[in-house]
Design a protein around this ligand. Structure first.
Ligand SMILES: *Cc1c(COP(=O)(O)O)cnc(C)c1O
Length: 341
């Protein structure tokens, strides 16, 4: 009995294809938990899209997309570092393109692995990784197979910044531009104006762009009536009212109810946090499980593979074997099974 990702195959693939048609030079990104779908599924979908290149986050993920049947070029997005032995071993792999983001790393690789394929990352207003191309000389590249420049912009990347940085790169050495996080319109404008080939690396808008195309469901594993004040769970906390404990699949191992910190800029967002804090304070945390059409409280914190949910009232509203919707964060959830519909 599992936590299940249900995919409407026709709808999802329709979205993937439609998105790809808008983005000439689309590079699908398959990294981490595979955006909830898993890396092998994404590798398989990228093949169906006839993508030329796939991007992964780290060296370890190269094998994962290959086990999904991927045989073409793989870009590793996180920049190479000297201590990373697997990333270093991949420098001799003819289908792997390594990202380099520091002048000393470029010089070191050009000495140790002169035939490696590299993309050099330019520092953007994100200030994550990257260098200023004007720091580099032709010697720094040695005989390396230069695949172009990476420009990884902040969430709503600006066209002006992409243009400026791309031109700074091209002035140092000509080569394709591998952009991230431009809007579709900005990317198309950018691509049309560049004197070199361009690519756009996309994960979220590609795989998660049509929210109606997939949903997560849990299986009801047990239902127990409970009286107000009766102790329950590992911690013996008393039931808040008469009602039912519904045990459903999905727990900490699946990343259920794990929230990443969100930037709290909006008043609404702060309101949500305050409301959740009030629930926490009275010992009832709203769960992501919907039972009887409504999100219910956790009876206690999620367990490894299942969660105990409290349903007040005289009817449990669900039975063992029923499936209930669960709201999951797709970049942290790991489901047990994919069901294609
Ligand atoms: C993860 C990543 C992407 C894809 O990000 P999404 O927001 O999921 O589209 C693109 N570029 C780089 C460098 C990344 O690390």
């Amino acid at each position: 009995m599992t936590l299940t990702l249900n995919i409407d195959a026709r709808r999802w693939r329709g979205h993937l294809k439609g998105f790809q048609e808008q983005i000439p030079g689309l590079v699908p990104v398959a990294k981490g938990n595979g955006y909830g779908f898993g890396l092998t599924t994404l590798a398989d979908e990228a093949k169906r899209l006839d993508a030329q290149t796939i991007a992964v986050g780290i060296a370890q993920e190269v094998a994962a997309v290959r086990s999904g049947g991927w045989e073409d070029d793989v870009v590793v997005l996180n920049p190479w570092r000297p201590a990373d032995q697997l990333a270093t071993a991949l420098l001799t792999d003819p289908k792997v393109i390594t990202t380099v983001s520091r002048p000393e790393d470029l010089r070191s690789i050009s000495q140790s692995h002169p035939t490696a394929r590299v993309i050099v990352e330019i520092e953007t207003s994100m200030h994550r990784h990257g260098l200023d191309p004007r720091q580099l000389t032709a010697d720094d590249f040695g005989e390396l197979w230069f695949e172009g420049w990476a420009v990884h912009l902040p969430a709503a990347g600006s066209l002006e910044e992409a243009n400026r940085l791309a031109h700074t790169g091209i002035a140092t050495r000509t080569g394709p531009i591998w952009a991230s996080h431009l809007s579709v319109d900005d990317y198309r404008t950018f691509s049309a104006s560049m004197p070199v080939p361009t690519y756009l690396r996309v994960g979220t808008r590609l795989w998660l762009g049509d929210k109606q195309a997939y949903r997560t469901t849990a299986t009801v594993l047990d239902v127990h009536p409970i009286k107000k004040g009766q102790a329950l769970g590992y911690h013996g906390v008393p039931a808040p009212k008469d009602g039912f404990i519904v045990v459903a699949s999905g727990g900490t191992a699946h990343g259920v109810a794990m929230a990443a910190p969100v930037p709290q800029r909006s008043l609404r967002q702060r309101g949500v946090t305050v409301a959740q804090g009030v629930l926490d304070a009275v010992g009832r945390t709203l769960s992501p499980y919907a039972i009887g059409g409504k999100k219910r409280s956790f009876a206690e914190p999620p367990h490894m593979h299942s969660s105990m949910i409290f349903v007040p009232g005289t009817e449990p509203l669900v039975h063992v074997g029923d499936e209930v919707p669960v709201t999951t964060r797709m970049t942290t959830v790991v489901t047990d099974e994919i069901r294609w519909g």
